[in-house]
Ligand binder design. Structure first.
Ligand SMILES: [Zn+2]
Length: 381
């Protein structure tokens, strides 16, 4: 019967043999730390003890794992040139000897075997690595490695991916006096801001002429011309809408308020049942000083009136005027800035309808509005 066929007997025989012969018959073939001695004593020949053999293999793998995964070389580039360094891979990380950086960066290398610490230093920089530690001290500041530094064949290996961070002090540009950059002025409000509010839009077409032209499109076209002309004079123009979309009245007021404008101009086209009615109408909120206490509202009322009169004057060169009027339109009565609403003419009047369909006429109207703004600006410096 082979000894391996009966475990209980095997153990007792082993113990006996071990106690008697432990100092006489020690296996000298294996130095495996996993106490393989007992099996070897009984087996007499080391290779016949398969368990010991397997353990020996396992020990070798565990102890020399990094060595087994020797990879190719990597190039480490430092201030003093490039160095080819051997790498070891463990998992997905490539490790390189920390000392190889000494040559690449021209550093002095000091190894303390007692504390297992490697110091690489130059007159300005000191970098310290310690075996089995994730810490690296760079000029006294601790950096963390993704995994511990490892000792392989008496050399300290560190993860290659951390090297650029560790050696970054060497790559810093020497301190030179910073180029003087002119201080950027704080974002200040432009000199003059005009909010242009093309009436209607989207499903809200406004008035409609007999040929199918909608008020919303005329308003937007003139508003865009005003915006472009104002911009050419260096005046910032903000639109409450710049395309064919519906924008509610509260939203229009909100857009205007956030632009903190000097002036607000709402652009509309009129319509009436009586097809003989023609001419421009310019509205402002005349009760501003009655409904709202405060000098700024009164100021706004006066300024609104001033602008309305200017628009009446300049548009009057092209279209007859029906006058400057008071109205409690939403965009006017909620204004915290001088505000007017211009009705550019009647789409229901044959002659004016023809004019409003004409881009040249619309451009004249836009120019009249812009000239009014320029005059207003000149008078309110
Ligand atoms: Zn309208």
């Amino acid at each position: 019967m082979h000894i391996d066929d009966e475990p209980s007997k095997k153990i007792s025989v082993q113990r006996l043999a071990y106690s008697v012969q432990k100092n006489k018959n020690r296996c000298d073939c294996f130095s495996c730390p996993l106490n393989a001695v007992r099996y070897c004593i009984l087996a007499q020949h080391p290779l016949s003890c398969y368990r010991t053999f397997m353990r020996k293999i396992l020990c070798s793998i565990l102890l020399f794992f990094p060595l087994l995964l020797e990879a190719q070389t990597l190039t480490v580039s430092g201030l003093k040139g490039s160095v080819q360094v051997p790498t070891r891979t463990l998992g997905s990380l490539a490790f390189v000897p920390a000392s190889s950086f000494a040559q690449a960066y021209g550093l002095q290398e000091i190894w303390n075997s007692k504390s297992k610490t490697l110091v690489l230093q130059s007159p300005q920089t000191k970098i310290a690595f310690r075996a089995s530690s994730t810490c690296v001290w760079v000029n006294g500041k601790i950096l963390r490695l993704p995994t511990r530094a490892k000792m392989v064949n008496g050399r300290l290996f560190i993860p290659f991916e951390s090297s650029s961070k560790i050696f970054s002090p060497f790559h810093r540009v020497p301190t030179s006096p910073k180029k003087e950059t002119p201080p950027t002025p704080p974002s200040s409000k432009p000199n003059f801001v005009v909010v242009i509010d093309p009436g209607h839009g989207g499903y809200d077409i406004g008035a409609r002429d007999r040929k199918g032209l909608n008020e919303k499109d005329i308003n937007l076209d003139v508003a865009k011309r005003v915006r472009d002309k104002l911009s050419s004079y260096g005046i910032q123009a903000t639109m409450t809408r710049s395309r064919d979309v519906f924008v509610g009245l509260p939203q229009r007021v909100s857009i205007a308020k956030s632009a903190r404008p000097n002036l607000f101009i709402s652009i509309h086209t009129n319509a009436a049942r009586n097809r003989n009615v023609s001419g421009t109408e310019i509205f402002y909120y005349a009760q501003a000083n009655i409904r709202q206490n405060g000098s700024s509202y009164q100021q706004n009322r006066l300024k609104s009136y001033q602008l309305a009169k200017l628009v009446q004057y300049h548009t009057g060169k092209t279209v007859r005027s029906r006058g400057v009027k008071d109205a409690r339109y939403f965009v006017l009565k909620n204004a915290t800035y001088p505000a007017i609403l211009l009705e550019m003419g009647f789409i229901t009047h044959a002659w004016e309808e023809k004019n409003l369909n004409n881009p040249k006429h619309r451009d004249k109207l836009a120019q009249a509005i812009v000239q009014s703004v320029l005059d207003y600006k000149a008078r309110n410096k």
